[in-house]
Design a protein around this ligand. Structure first.
Ligand SMILES: [Zn+2]
Ligand SMILES: [Zn+2]
Length: 299
């Protein structure tokens, strides 16, 4: 219970202020205006507010939420995620409601797929040299433009041969296809470097999660690190989720779910994870499902 303003004026006017109730609940307080936060992203809806001394449940002091409906934070893809990309290879451009990711495809980690004169060249750590594909890592050109607030489409889309996303190193992410109607075999995978990548006709690319080796200093391995962005604009993270610091138990068939991550400051948004299961042998595929959003071309 609190005093109405008129009652306070009466109390002051009558000189009775000093004998105002000794019940602490009745002591006048400083009221703040609180704004409704339906989606729980910490941002409030300016249109729905109430004044109170204490924070009412579901209300916050912020009044800047432009879309407080639904369970997904209105902020879309958290911009800070793009800080995790290799800036030597990847350029990110923000243009209103679109984000463009451009890359020269040149990763920032060691590999036996580098020319032996390159400082990042190493002898194979896990790759079976006989199964390594021909060619060495070189500069390419990839460009992907996605919505800054991608939505789940009414139907899923299967992925095709070639780049389906761009990894944080700048090298592209492929699915489980090694050629037309030819899915990845244990034999082919044995020629991959520790990063889960190899050379193809269009350049160096990843199929698998990075192996558990001490040589790896940049890529996700059984953790919650960002892996990259897929062509429907949704981010893909490692096998664990920052929201629970464990393997998420609520993934859909594409490995996606809606939760916060280390980039979203508590806001929830849809993202993929590497699914925590073996694909062939003991190899873990980066992404083998259908895209839940609308795919954009990777040029
Ligand atoms: Zn390949
Ligand atoms: Zn997650």
């Amino acid at each position: 219970m609190k005093y109405s303003k008129s009652l306070l004026l009466v109390l002051f006017g009558a000189g009775l202020f000093s004998i105002a109730s000794c019940d602490e609940d009745d002591v006048p307080c400083v009221e703040s205006v609180w704004y409704q936060d339906t989606d729980g992203d910490g941002l409030g809806n300016a249109a729905i507010n109430q004044s109170a001394c204490e924070q009412p449940a579901g209300y916050v002091l912020d009044d800047t939420d432009t879309d407080d409906s639904g369970t997904v934070a209105a902020s879309g893809t958290p911009v800070s995620a793009f800080d995790d990309f290799n800036s030597d290879a990847v350029t990110i451009s923000f243009d209103g409601d679109e984000i463009t990711i451009e890359s020269n495809g040149v990763p920032n980690h060691t590999s036996p797929y580098w020319d032996s004169n390159n400082s990042l060249y190493i002898d194979p750590v896990i790759a079976n040299a006989d199964q390594m594909s021909p060619g060495t890592i070189g500069s390419r050109s990839y460009s992907l433009t996605v919505s800054s607030d991608p939505q789940i489409a009414s139907s899923s889309s299967s992925t095709g041969l070639g780049a389906i996303g761009i990894g944080i190193s700048g090298a592209p992410i492929f699915n489980d296809e090694e050629g037309p109607n030819s899915s990845l075999s244990e034999n082919v995978a044995s020629g991959f470097d520790y990063a889960g990548g190899h050379m193809g006709p269009t350049g160096y690319h990843y199929h698998l999660e990075c192996a558990d080796v001490e040589e790896n200093t940049t890529l996700s391995q059984d953790d919650e690190q960002l892996v990259g962005i897929l062509q429907d604009g949704f981010l893909i993270y490692g096998r664990k989720c920052n929201a629970t610091e464990d393997y998420p138990g609520d993934l859909d068939e594409s490995g996606g779910h809606t939760s916060s991550t280390q980039h979203s400051d508590g806001g929830e948004f849809y993202h993929y994870h590497i699914i925590n299961e073996f694909y062939v042998g003991e190899y873990i595929l980066l992404f083998g499902g259908d895209l839940k959003g609308t795919p954009n071309g990777i040029m």
